[in-house]
Structure formats: structure tokens, C-alpha cells
Design a protein around this ligand. Structure first.
Ligand code: AKG
Ligand code: FE2
Length: 332
């Protein structure tokens, strides 16, 4: 690791550590919806819309994408089945520090809050899964269904990234190659998330977050939310100082996307990676569990991140991610 990379990481963490305050809630902003239907014919128009939404807001929602609603619903049911397994079973597949595969509970401490996210999660990163799948006996059909869903998410992610590649002046399949799922160093990750129901005694307990404010480390995140299970809030980059948060209404029909730190760096900061968080429900809101599913398009470890104008020195995606993960998890 050279000194400039080190400084860059510390700067990011310094900003993140300031983002844990409640800030101003519920500022209304339009979350743009981008229609992916008839993608190949409408590619130029879609690219324009994606680019503008990413530059101006950093978050957007995809509609009429290629993943069937029934498929999304089935993935949520599989996620519920996984999390309903006894802790002793899930603990056989632990997330190890520095890895992106396996189960953790209350282990992710964000620099913004210093408290563990009130959740459990299970991450699937294809080359790291040898000992990390629950058995067919424990959870029949789960592995095959998740592999299929992972691939569908990857395809949508690569469609969107191909538009950014066009606009950045890279070859159209540049990011597809950098996120090649056949490579041993593939590190895109499907993450199932279960935020715990809020026990009566900790309602509105200050300082507890379902997910503390953070930016994502990856290139692009695809997030699935379930109807009625809100809480996701975003703070567009330009307004970081004011910490004014906007709620993203949950809908299982859309995929909410955000730009991650890798793509921000890869675009020489033209595309901002924005802060977001999942807040605990307020007293009058639904207090039950919340499930979400994220797909992180994370460039393969050996992919070299450098923008068209070479604003930053090159760094491999592996080195880049390692630095970010090390700052986010307690030892386990
Ligand atoms: O669960 C959510 O809505 C957001 C999750 C998230 O931001 C993350 O895991 O990076
Ligand atoms: Fe996130």
C-alpha cells in the first residue's frame, strides 16, 4: 500500500465518522425511476438518464428490469427461511474477517455510529462458498435458488455498468470484464439482510441503527426492499454537510441502485458515492423485522481501478476493498 492510497482511505473514514448524527429527517427529494424496458433499442436514452440521476442524486430506481417480481418474492422467502434456522446451524457458516461469505449477527460496526448494526446478514461470494452453504438437508433448494438469483442480479448490474462504461469512454464491456464471475478472484456479493424486530424496551433508543450511515465500497449496489418495510434513507453527496436525509419508499417492484466508492474512484469522482443508512422505526411505525437483499457489483480483486483522467493512482480492487472491510467489522 503506498502512502497516497493510505491517505485517501483515511479521508473517507474521517468523513464517515462524522455522519452518525440523526441529522434532518424526511427531506423530500425525487428518487428518479429509470425504465429499462427495450434496453438495447433505448440504450442511449437510458444511459443519459442513468448518468444524470447518478451525477445529480447518486441514487435511482430501476423499473421494468429483467428480474420477475415472483423471482424477487421467492428470494425474500428463501432469505426468511435461512434466517429462521437455529443460530447453531447458521454459526457453522461464519463470515470470516476479510471475507465476503457467510453469516454474521450484530458484528458490523460502522465508523459513523460505533454501535453494531441491529441485524444479521448472510453473504454469498461465489469463489468463497466452499464451506459456506447450508446443506440440502438444512435448507433444501436454497443454494440453487440463490445461485440463480445472484446471476440475474449480476446481469442487471452489468447492463447498468455498460452504460457508465460508454459514458466514461471505456469499452462497453469494460466493467463486465472487471466483474467476471468465471474468475477465481470474483468478489461481487449477494447479501441477504435481516434487521431484527425492535423489542418494546428499545423502541426509539437513541444511538441504535439498523444500519449506520455509510457509503458502499463497491462499484454499484442493487437493493431490493419489501413492500411495507421502509427505513432506508439517503443523503446526496452535495448535501453531506447539512446531513439532510430522504426516505426511499420501499417497493418490491423496483431495484434501488447507488453508486459505490469504487465507481466514484473509477469515474475520477464524476459519479458520487452517497451516504445512506437504515434507521430504526419511529414509535408509530411498524416495529417488526425488516428484510432486504443487496447485490454488490464489486470488481474482481485483480481489476485495476483508474479513471479516464487518472485523477488517482491505480489501485487493485482487492487492495481497495481490504482496507475498507478492515475498518468495518469487529474481529471474528
Ligand atoms: O438494507 C438496506 O436497505 C440497505 C443495506 C445497505 O445499505 C448495505 O448493506 O450496504
Ligand atoms: Fe449500503
Amino acid at each position: 500500500m503506498n502512502d497516497r492510497n493510505h491517505t485517501y482511505t483515511l479521508d473517507e473514514l474521517r468523513l464517515e465518522s462524522r455522519m452518525g448524527a440523526p441529522g434532518t429527517d424526511a427531506v423530500h427529494r425525487e428518487i428518479r425511476r429509470i425504465d429499462l424496458s427495450d434496453f438495447e433499442h433505448r440504450r442511449a436514452e437510458i444511459t443519459d438518464q442513468l448518468w444524470r440521476a447518478s451525477q445529480e442524486v447518486g441514487f435511482f430506481q430501476l423499473v421494468n428490469h429483467d428480474i420477475e417480481l415472483d423471482r424477487v418474492r421467492a428470494a425474500f422467502i428463501d432469505a426468511e427461511r435461512f434466517f429462521a434456522l437455529p443460530a447453531s446451524v447458521k454459526a457453522q457458516y461464519p463470515l470470516h474477517k476479510g471475507q465476503n461469505a457467510g453469516w454474521e449477527s450484530l458484528a458490523q460496526v460502522r465508523p459513523s455510529t460505533g454501535t453494531p448494526d441491529q441485524k444479521e446478514s448472510y453473504q454469498i461470494t461465489l469463489p468463497q462458498m466452499d464451506a459456506q452453504w447450508p446443506s440440502e438437508f438444512e435448507l433444501p433448494g436454497f443454494q440453487a435458488a440463490m445461485l440463480d438469483f445472484e446471476r440475474q442480479c449480476w446481469k442487471v448490474g452489468m447492463q447498468v455498468l455498460s452504460c457508465f462504461a460508454d459514458r466514461l469512454g471505456f469499452e462497453r464491456d469494460f466493467f463486465t470484464r472487471a466483474h467476471d464471475p468465471a474468475a477465481d478472484d470474483y468478489q461481487s456479493t449477494l447479501r441477504l439482510l435481516h434487521y431484527y424486530a425492535i423489542p418494546a424496551e428499545s423502541r426509539e433508543q437513541l444511538g441504535l441503527w439498523r444500519a449506520g450511515a455509510h457509503t458502499d465500497f463497491d462499484s454499484l449496489t442493487l437493493l431490493f426492499q419489501r413492500d411495507g418495510q421502509g427505513g432506508l434513507q439517503v443523503c446526496p453527496g452535495k448535501e453531506v454537510e447539512g446531513q439532510a436525509w430522504t426516505s426511499v419508499p420501499p417497493s418490491s417492484q423496483v431495484i434501488t441502485c447507488n453508486i459505490g466508492d469504487m465507481l466514484m474512484r473509477w469515474s475520477d469522482d464524476q459519479l458520487p458515492s452517497n451516504f445512506h443508512r437504515v434507521r430504526n422505526p419511529l414509535a408509530h411505525e411498524y416495529q417488526g423485522p425488516r428484510y432486504s437483499i443487496a447485490f454488490f457489483c464489486q470488481a474482481n480483486r485483480s481489476a485495476v481501478i483508474q479513471g479516464p483522467a487518472a485523477k488517482y493512482p491505480p489501485i487493485t480492487a482487492g487492495d481497495y476493498l481490504q482496507q475498507r472491510i478492515a475498518a468495518n467489522f469487529t474481529a471474528n
